[in-house]
Design a protein around this ligand. Structure first.
Ligand code: PTT
Ligand code: SF4
Length: 611
C-alpha cells in the first residue's frame, strides 16, 4: 500500500502491552482514514452499552492517507471514542505534531484500551511502545505537562495530553497539544483520564510510503503557492477565524446570554479588529502556511490563542465584553483541558439559573472573576455547582428541573457551538443531525443560508446540509486534513483527489469520495442507534426549545424564532433524502447499498429496520 502505512497499533494499558495489526486495502479504500477508521474500529470493537469511562471503552487516534505529507494543512489528527457526555459516537480534530509523528512511526491509527493501575505516559517511538509512571505529571496542567515532556524528549516530538479537567473526568474535557490546539469536544480528555493516561508521546523517524514522490513534491509546492496568492490570504493571516465575531454580530447570529439573543452590545470589544490591536504572534498546526492561531496577551499577561468559537462562547454568550478577560478564560480552559464551547454553554446556563433563582450561588452575567473561579471549580469538580456543571448542560438541567431543559443548549447532550439559530433553520438542522451532537464541523451551512435567505424550510436547504456533511464531516474528516484552506481562502476541492493519487496511486474522484462520506456518516448513525436502541427518537435530532419558543428581543430580527412544525417537516425531508425511515433510522437497503451489509445485520438485532 502507498499513502497508508497499513498498520494499526492496539495498546492495552491494563496489560502494559502494544500489538501492531495489519489491515487490508479494502478498509483503506472504503473508509480512507481519520473519522472513517475511528467509526469502523469503534463499530467493530466496542460492545454496545459500554460505559464510556470504563476500561472497556476505546480511544482512537487516527490519521489519514494525506496526514504528514508536505501538503497544505495536513498535520491533523482525529481523536475519537464513545462519549461520556452523549453516550454516542464522539470525536474531534486536532492540529498537532502528534499526527505527523504517529504516521512516521508507522501507524495510521492507535487504539488505546484498558486502564493503567496508576498514572501513566505512553511513549510510542517507531516500533517500540513504552509505559512510564506519570505520578510526577498527574495534577499538572496541559502547558506544564507539555513543557516537561518537551524538556525530556525534545520540543518537536508529538504530544497529546490532558489537564486537570481530564484527570477529574469532566465530561467535556478535551485533549490538548502544542499549547492551544485542543480537540475531542465530547469528552475525549475524560476518556483519557479514566484510563489514567496523562499523555502520549509520538516519535517517528520513517519515511511515509508515497506512490509518486515527484508528483507529490510538485503538487505540494504548487498548492502551497496557490494558497499564498488567494485574495483573502492576507486578511486571514491577520484575523483567522476571529473576523467571524463581526460577521455574526452583523447578521444577528452571535450567541449572546445563553443563546437568548443574536447580538451583543459589546461585540466590538471582542471582535477581530480588537484582537488585532493586542495580537503578539501567529501560531498554527504542522504543515500549514495559513497559521491561524492568534496569540494575544491576556489580562493575566499570559499568552492565549484565540479562535471565534472560544471568544463567542466565553465572551458574548456569558456577557464578558473585554477581550483580554475572554482570553484569560480561554487560557485557563486550555490549561485545564476543557472544551471552550461546552464551558461557555455551562457558564451561560449557570448564569441564567442564578438569575432565575434556581441555584443559590450568585453567578452574574459578565462576571469575569466569578467565571474564572467557577471554571476552576468545574475542572476540579469542587463544590455543588462545579460538580454539577462538570457533567455538562443536559445533565445539569435534568438535575435542576423546573423547566431548565427549555434553555439547556445542546443536541444529544453535546453543547452547541457558537451560532444562534433563532433565524436560521438550515443551521438548526445541521446542528440537529451532526454526527457527534451539536457541532458546526459537519455542515457550517449558516454562511450560505444567510446569503441564500433564511426564511424557508426548503428542500434546497436540506440538500445543502447533506452536501456539506459529505464534504466536511465525511471527506475532510477521513482524509484528516484541515478544511480551512478550502473554506476560508478558497483552495479548490479539485486538489484533493490529485493529492490522494500522488500519495496512494488510487484514483478517487469526488463522486466516489462523497460515497465514502455517506458510508461513514451512516455507520456513525448506526452506532448511535445501536447504543440507544428503543430509546432512540427523532426528538434527538431537534435543537433546544428556546429557539422555537422565545423570540429574539433585540437586533434587526427582533421577534423572530424557529417554527417547530416546519422544522419537523424539514427533518422528515432530510431523513427521506438520506434513505432513513421516519424514525431517522437508516433503512436496510441504504446500509446495504453503501457496503454496510454486516452493519445492517447487526443493527437489525437491536431495532427493527425498514427495507
Ligand atoms: C473544535 C472546537 C473549535 S472549532 C474551537 S475554535 W474553531 C474550540 N477550540 C478550543 C480551544 O482552542 N481550546 C479549548 N480548550 N477548547 C476548544 N474547543 C473548541 O473546539 C481548530 C481549527 C478550528 S478553530 C476549526 S473551526 C477547524 N476545525 C476543523 C475540523 O473540525 N476538521 C478539520 N478537518 N479541519 C478543521 N480545521 C479547523 O481547525 P474539536 P485545533 Mg479542534 C484553543 O477540536 O473537538 O474538533 O472541536 O483543533 O487544532 O485547535 O484547530 O473557530
Ligand atoms: Fe491549523 Fe489554522 Fe492551518 Fe487549519 S488553517 S491547519 S486550523 S493553523
Amino acid at each position: 500500500m502507498f499513502g497508508w502505512n497499513g498498520k494499526l497499533l492496539h495498546v492495552n494499558l491494563g496489560k502494559g502491552k502494544a500489538v501492531a495489526d495489519k489491515y487490508d486495502a479494502e478498509m483503506a479504500k472504503n473508509f480512507l482514514g481519520g473519522r472513517g477508521f475511528a467509526a469502523k474500529i469503534l463499530w467493530d470493537e466496542l460492545k454496545p452499552g459500554t460505559d464510556p469511562l470504563s476500561p472497556d471503552n476505546k480511544l482512537v487516534f487516527a490519521g489519514g492517507p494525506l496526514t504528514g505529507f508536505a501538503l497544505p494543512s495536513s498535520g491533523k489528527l482525529v481523536v475519537a471514542s464513545k462519549s461520556p457526555l452523549t453516550w454516542g459516537y464522539g470525536d474531534g480534530n486536532i492540529g498537532t505534531f502528534a499526527a505527523v509523528q504517529m504516521r512516521k512511526a508507522g501507524y495510521d491509527a492507535v487504539i488505546v484500551e484498558g486502564k493503567a493501575e496508576g498514572p501513566v505516559i505512553l511513549l510510542l517511538r517507531d516500533e517500540s511502545a513504552e509505559f512510564f509512571d506519570a505520578k510526577d505529571f498527574w495534577g499538572l496542567n496541559s502547558f506544564e505537562t507539555e513543557k516537561k515532556l518537551g524538556d525530556l524528549y525534545g520540543h518537536t516530538v508529538g504530544v497529546l495530553c490532558i489537564g486537570q479537567g481530564g484527570e477529574n473526568l469532566v465530561k467535556f474535557a478535551n485533549i490538548v497539544s502544542q499549547e492551544g490546539r485542543a480537540g475531542g469536544r465530547p469528552g475525549m480528555g475524560a476518556v483519557m483520564g479514566s484510563k489514567n493516561l496523562k499523555a502520549v508521546v509520538f516519535i517517528g523517524s520513517n519515511e511515509l510510503p508515497v506512490a509518486y514522490p515527484k508528483e507529490m513534491k510538485d503538487l505540494g509546492m504548487e498548492a502551497y503557492r496557490e494558497v499564498l496568492v488567494k485574495p483573502n490570504y492576507a486578511f486571514w493571516k491577520r484575523e483567522g477565524t476571529m473576523s467571524t465575531i463581526e460577521w455574526s454580530q452583523e447578521n444577528s447570529v452571535l450567541p449572546t446570554f445563553n443563546y437568548s439573543e443574536g447580538v451583543f452590545s459589546k461585540a466590538d470589544g471582542i471582535g477581530g479588529f480588537a484582537m488585532e490591536k493586542i495580537k503578539v504572534s501567529n501560531r498554527g498546526c504542522p504543515q500549514c502556511n495559513m497559521t491561524c492561531g492568534n496569540v494575544v496577551k491576556d489580562s493575566d499577561r499570559k499568552e492565549s490563542e484565540l479562535d471565534y468559537e472560544n471568544v463567542a462562547m466565553l465572551g458574548s454568550n456569558i456577557g464578558v465584553g473585554k477581550l483580554k478577560q475572554v482570553a484569560a478564560l480561554n487560557r485557563v480552559a486550555d490549561e485545564y483541558g476543557l472544551d471552550t464551547i461546552s464551558l461557555g454553554s455551562v457558564l451561560g446556563f449557570a448564569m441564567e439559573a442564578s438569575e432565575k433563582g434556581l441555584i443559590k450561588e450568585k453567578v452574574p452575567w459578565g462576571g469575569f472573576k466569578g467565571s474564572k473561579a467557577l471554571i476552576k471549580d468545574i475542572a476540579f469538580r469542587q463544590g455543588y455547582l462545579g460538580n454539577l456543571l462538570a457533567d455538562g448542560v443536559y445533565s445539569a438541567s435534568e438535575e435542576l428541573g423546573k423547566g431548565s431543559n427549555r434553555w439547556a443548549m445542546h443536541v444529544k447532550g453535546l453543547e452547541i457551538s457558537a451560532y444562534d439559530c433563532h433565524t436560521t433553520p438550515a443551521m438548526a438542522l445541521a446542528y440537529g443531525t451532526c454526527s457527534i451532537g451539536a457541532h458546526h464541523k459537519d455542515a457550517w451551512v449558516i454562511a450560505w443560508e444567510v446569503k441564500a435567505g433564511r426564511k424557508g424550510y426548503t428542500a434546497e436547504k436540506v440538500d445543502k446540509v447533506i452536501e456539506l456533511q459529505r464534504i466536511r464531516g465525511g471527506v475532510f474528516e477521513c482524509l484528516t486534513v484541515c478544511r480551512l484552506p478550502w473554506i476560508e481562502v478558497g483552495l479548490e476541492l479539485e486538489w484533493y483527489p490529485k493529492f490522494l493519487h500522488a500519495a496512494t496511486s488510487i484514483e478517487l474522484p469526488w463522486q466516489t469520495l462523497n460515497v465514502i462520506g455517506d458510508r461513514v456518516f451512516n455507520l456513525i448513525r448506526a452506532f448511535w442507534i445501536r447504543e440507544y436502541g428503543k430509546k432512540w427518537s427523532p426528538e434527538m435530532d431537534v435543537p433546544p426549545p428556546r429557539w422555537f419558543e422565545e423570540p429574539l428581543t433585540e437586533g434587526s430580527f427582533k421577534g423572530a424564532m424557529l417554527d417547530r412544525t416546519k422544522y419537523d417537516a424539514m427533518l422528515q425531508m432530510y431523513y427521506q433524502k438520506r434513505g432513513w425511515d421516519e424514525r431517522g433510522i437508516p433503512r436496510e437497503s441504504t446500509l446495504t447499498s453503501l457496503g454496510l451489509r454486516n452493519a445492517a445485520k447487526e443493527l437489525g438485532g437491536h431495532v427493527s429496520l425498514a427495507g
